[in-house]
Design a protein. Structure first.
Length: 218
């Protein structure tokens, strides 16, 4: 019932022209209702407020959102997971991995990496799994591994960061090379010397894209 209410509310604000534009921006990988982010967040806020009251994770609702063909429903599920991130544990990793492997694109992956990174910060035993993901055949899982420490600042595990990035050097995949540069650029705001040293030692195996992104603030 809750899913139907969320879906019907979003459909009320659908916009055919915006839907075409939003789908085009995502390389036509997904259908859209045409509800832009500020509007989506405003009209779904009451639903999230209701869901927030329950400490349990509503995985059935998340699955309904993920099965829906319209991308806004996946965005709602990610908004909800972000809201409940402090209640997520190691037991939720298989479900989060499943979401990452389905309907994968940078817009969902770049939210899941923060959510999974938050779990890893509270449960360091997840670091081994992320190291395994860093060599997975699926490059979206590798992207999550590379970028899961974004915004950690002084809490960044540099040994893990280096191992994961080194595991992904020499790649031709744009989304991997961009992620490498992004993770280094973010950490350079906290420890520019470490990033300079990393580039000095590994630049011969890094793409120009990764180096350019990594050096943006140093």
């Amino acid at each position: 019932m809750l899913f139907n209410s969320i879906f019907e509310t979003l459909k009320t604000y659908s916009n055919e022209q915006k839907a075409k534009e939003m789908s085009g921006y995502m390389k036509n990988n997904f259908l859209f209702l045409g509800v832009q982010s500020p509007i989506r967040k405003k009209i779904t806020k009451p639903f999230l407020a209701t869901l927030k009251k329950d400490n349990a994770i509503a995985w059935e609702l998340i699955e309904q959102c993920w099965q829906n063909p319209y991308r806004e429903l996946q965005y709602f599920a990610l908004d909800y997971l972000g809201l409940k991130k402090e209640f997520l544990t190691l037991a939720d990793i298989p479900k989060l991995k499943d979401l990452a492997l389905r309907k994968s694109w940078w817009d969902s992956i770049d939210q899941l990496d923060r959510i999974i990174g938050g779990i890893a910060l509270r449960f360091p035993e997840l670091n081994h799994t992320l190291l395994v993901w860093s060599v997975d055949d699926n490059f979206w899982l590798r992207r999550i591994a590379i970028d899961h420490q974004l915004l950690r600042k002084e809490k960044t595990n540099t040994d893990l960061l280096e191992k994961i990035i080194v595991n992904n050097l020499g790649q031709t995949e744009f989304f991997i090379n961009k992620a490498i540069g992004w993770s280094l650029r973010d950490y350079s705001k906290t420890n520019p010397e470490w990033v300079r040293d990393f580039i000095k030692r590994h630049e011969s195996k890094m793409t120009k894209l990764s180096v350019r992104e990594a050096c943006k603030y140093i």
